[in-house]
Design a protein around this ligand. Sequence first.
Ligand code: 13P
Length: 262
Amino acid sequence: MERMSDARGLVVGNWKMNLDFVEAVHLTQQIGVVLRHQPVAHTDVVVAPPFVDLRSVSSVLEADRVPVAMAAQHVNAHDAGAHTGEISVGQLARLGVTQVIVGHSERRTLYAMSDDVVRATLFAVVRAGLRAILCVGEDLDVRSAGGQNEFVAGQLRDALEPLTPAQRALVTIAYEPLWAIGTGRSATSDEVRAISTHVRLVAADLEMPGALVLYGGSVSPENAGELISQGVNGFLVGGASLKAESFLAIIRAVDDCYAELR
Ligand code: 13P
């Protein structure tokens, strides 16, 4: 991959259904102290807390001037109305959320989020001018049959084709193979390089030549340094984002890589 000299890395911590608001405040403060005293120059950092933690996390980010943006893990595609238990894009934006994870595989598989709902949700997010982190990735059966490229291209086209080029520019693509999520078995360097090349080809075809591409799935301080040099712009991190030390180590690995590109 060619990177412009002003390119920046991106690390997103997806806390999933972990940390109550007290724990979330504590983790945000820990991350904030380190990033304020030893800032990273070339990497953007985002955390995606559970809905109920967003207000508390945003207060800490603002009060402590922490250079971290806030994402939500999911959102409902409708603006408002009779959708008991759901949250709208407008409600998130009001809390300072600037990005939303759309179509995470756990939503797709555990909560029956269909391709139609992924498409509608992505549209709702970018129509409001927020950034979206669109998750794609195949399961083990597809990978074993060698069908990952076709599968991922299908997911990308399905979600992105209805959008205008300006809306697509608000989308970050996160490749997260299901077999690597939470398993401790990340994709290998070769696998990450091959799929990121493929994702960039599909993105270019969709008039998204500069799209940011993240890898997610068992990213850790141990493998981040090697995986970041395989053509991705950064990571979507689950388990390792729940501890300040491991999350910060991953951020440093990405930042060191981007610093070398200057
Ligand atoms: P893990 O890093 O825990 O494998 O989770 C990846 C993920 O699903 C992030 O969205």
